[in-house]
Design a protein around this ligand. Sequence first.
Ligand code: PBG
Length: 329
Amino acid sequence: MPFSGQFPNTRLRRLRQSPWVRDLVAESSLTLKDLILPIFIRTAETAAHITSLPGVQRYALEELPALIDQINTAGITAIALFPVTPPSLKTPEGKEALKPDNLVCQAIRLIKSLNPNLGIITDVALDPYTDHGHDGLIVNHQVDNDQTIDMLCQQALNQAQAGADAIAPSDMMDGRIGVIRRFLDSHGFNQTLIISYAIKYASAFYGPFRHAIGVSTLKGLPDKKTYQLNPANANEALREVALDIQEGADMLIVKPGLPYLDVVYRVAHTFQIPTLAYQVSGEYASIMAAGQNGWIDTDQAFLESLLAFKRAGACGILTYCALRMAPYL
Ligand code: PBG
């Protein structure tokens, strides 16, 4: 007789006994509108296949109409674009980023013509365009903050003029949100959203992404630790966020996602500002690899990780599994 008649009065398992009651008391939920699909754009000289990201590919402009159809049918409402720049167009300054007819601008215009209601987010940083692979200009062996911001302003304007709904600076230069905001406003783009990658850690989880856009080997400086955050720090992350909000950021991104769930939680609850989590390439690839080995159930692991972001307070998630998850949501 382990329990007497009056114990336990509270049996939490009563709330778990059947689907209807589990659903009724669910504290977080996941819908397709929470998900943003990152898309790699290629030219003819780059292969579609990405070895390190199973189930993800690079799309040529001619392949976009079919993909956008698929996205519309699935019910995905926002995408993030990442161009793969051919090596011949890369320079130390990444000038290709400023060309009105560069690959990402062509993709923006094409996608807007296919579905004007699909939200388009573009990355503002120079790494897809520089021959050294860093996010900014290298001056005296350092990534120069202020000279980089001049480039980023023009890059952001270039993307806004092509039709991007939101520009997302992922470069981690100090002060860039405020300067970009003023620059966009003064050119008539006061409605272009700024989604700041306020918190971007110097992370090993970006490996497959760097492979996908062809920036796996960095030159000049061996890593991005002089501008991306130290994984040891969370208070510093909150300081980054406070500054970006003051400078006019509309939303924030925490990146990577799952390894930094404490940061997602603290940012969302401290600042009450729309906070997105980026389930980055290495997180996606890890789940896919374990699934392909039969070690975990891939789709259940994705659903669980996405729900974790919502539970922590994220209002949305950038994830390579968005299309794959659509049938469940
Ligand atoms: C670079 C950028 C990176 C990612 C998005 N924008 C990589 C980096 O900083 O090296 C990574 C995304 C991912 O891994 O999925 N501006």
